[in-house]
Design a protein around this ligand. Structure first.
Ligand code: URA
Length: 434
């Protein structure tokens, strides 16, 4: 395999063989191919794409770069959920214990924040003591005893994706259907799940801003997932405004706790229930989605899902009294209200701008080595469709670091469109593929 030849062929719209792709991935992981050549190759893939056979070969090469987890000792159909990345998307924190409370094991290997989007691992690690680094045997034991576990990718699981993902984040090579498919599906196959529900984000804050491309991504993920032997289904869900009322790690844990206790924003609860019902259906637990929705709603309202969440926190060494008493949490040093510049109705909240602003407040990373500020983020007091008066607070920004408050307020005001006519948010679920 000659790396320059592979880059040039892809640049010129050519097709690579499975052997070339496998060799190229192996050579990158072992350090023979340097970052700059891989970055050039990734950019060629972003611009020229890959056909289905190349995407399958890339996914398999990623899986083969490391070990796979064998969960066959855990009885029942194991089902995971994966989101393609959103702003304010805290669903996994609620969904894993909820579905486990319904008797379906949930092995969840999650990620960190990428670009303007948040990551489940960063959110969970804002709970003192919580560890997302479990050994394979501890992961299996927790699945057997608690019914769910949320962990990070170890060094040994899909190391190719770990390395490529970090490079994509800093080289503008995230928005690519084959690269996203290979990245997500290799991890899901390696973690040992039997079924996978994909939450494919569509709209302004999604990685692929073009709606038609996002539908193609969902179709490819489902087709390729099934090709790998995973029961796969995808929901297309709106990211034209952030999900729920909070963006930022600890703020999102707080909102998750509210939903787990039977409260919280309706949209967060509704999406959790919809994704959960799909998971139960894949596991063969229910006969109809309606049955799943009412079963899961009952588990939220009865406190069963909350109890399961506490079990998961305890098992992963998180401080349980911390999540039990959010009223005692230390607040961010600065809370900056963002007033509405005019009267009207909120017509939209640009998730991309909100996500980037929250990264700058400290809720995400601009560089790989950056530390996260768990308290940083935003609380959205108004959402699309809400009436607002001039001067009324739209959003409260939370920050510990020294920031230019005036500039942050201006950026947030620019993200919130206020119209002189009543507006309505688009339905949260834009489609289903599976
Ligand atoms: N999530 C992933 O795991 N990989 C991607 O490439 C994008 C989102």
């Amino acid at each position: 395999m000659n790396m320059v030849e592979c880059i040039v062929r892809k640049r010129d719209r050519g097709v690579l063989s499975a052997e070339e792709i496998s060799e190229l991935v192996r050579a990158y992981v072992s350090g023979v191919v340097p970052d700059y050549q891989m970055a050039a190759f990734l950019m060629a893939v972003v611009l020229r794409g890959m056909d289905e056979s190349e995407t399958v070969a890339l996914t398999k090469a990623f899986i083969d770069s490391g070990e796979t987890i064998d969960l066959s000792s855990i009885p029942g159909v194991k089902v995971d959920k994966h989101s393609t990345g959103g702003v304010g998307d805290k669903i996994s924190l609620i969904l894993a214990p909820l579905v486990a409370a319904a008797g379906v094991p949930v092995p969840m290997m999650a990620g960190r924040g990428l670009g303007h989007t948040g990551g489940t691992l960063d959110k969970l690690e804002s709970i003192p003591g919580f560890t997302t680094q479990l050994s394979e045997s501890a992961f299996r034991d927790q699945l057997a005893s608690v019914g769910c576990a949320i962990i990070g990718q170890s060094e040994r699981i899909v190391p190719a994706d770990r390395k490529v993902y970090a490079l994509r984040d800093v080289t503008g090579t995230v928005p690519s259907i084959p690269l996203i498919c290979a990245s997500i599906l290799s991890k899901k196959k390696a973690e040992g799940t039997d079924g996978l529900v994909l939450d494919v984000k569509i709209g302004r804050g999604a990685f692929l801003p073009d709606r038609d491309e996002t539908v193609k991504l969902a179709e490819s993920l489902v087709r390729l997932g099934k090709g790998l032997g995973l029961k796969t289904v995808a929901l297309l869900t709106e990211m034209d405004q952030p999900l729920g009322r909070t963006v930022g790690n600890r703020l999102e844990v707080l909102e998750s706790i509210e939903v787990l206790r039977g409260q919280g924003p309706k949209e967060v609860r509704d999406l959790t229930l919809a994704l959960g019902a799909e998971m139960l259906a894949l596991a063969g637990k229910i006969r109809s989605p309606a049955e799943g929705l009412s079963l899961l709603a009952g588990l939220l309202d009865s406190g069963a899902a909350w109890k399961k969440f506490l079990e998961m926190v305890r098992s992963q060494k998180g401080v349980v009294s911390f999540v039990e008493h959010p009223d005692r949490w230390q607040k961010a040093k600065r809370e900056i209200p963002v007033p509405s510049p005019t009267d009207g109705w909120v017509a939209g909240i640009d998730s991309l701008v909100v996500g980037k602003l929250c990264v700058d407040l400290g809720a995400g990373r601009s560089r790989k080595e950056d530390a996260i500020d768990p308290a940083a983020g935003a609380v959205l007091l108004k959402k699309t469709g809400d009436r607002v008066e001039k001067g009324e607070t739209l959003v409260v920004l939370h920050a510990d670091r020294d920031i230019d408050a005036g500039e942050a307020v201006r950026r947030m005001q620019a993200a919130v469109a206020v119209s002189d006519r009543p507006a309505k948010a688009a339905p949260l679920i834009a489609g289903r593929i599976g």
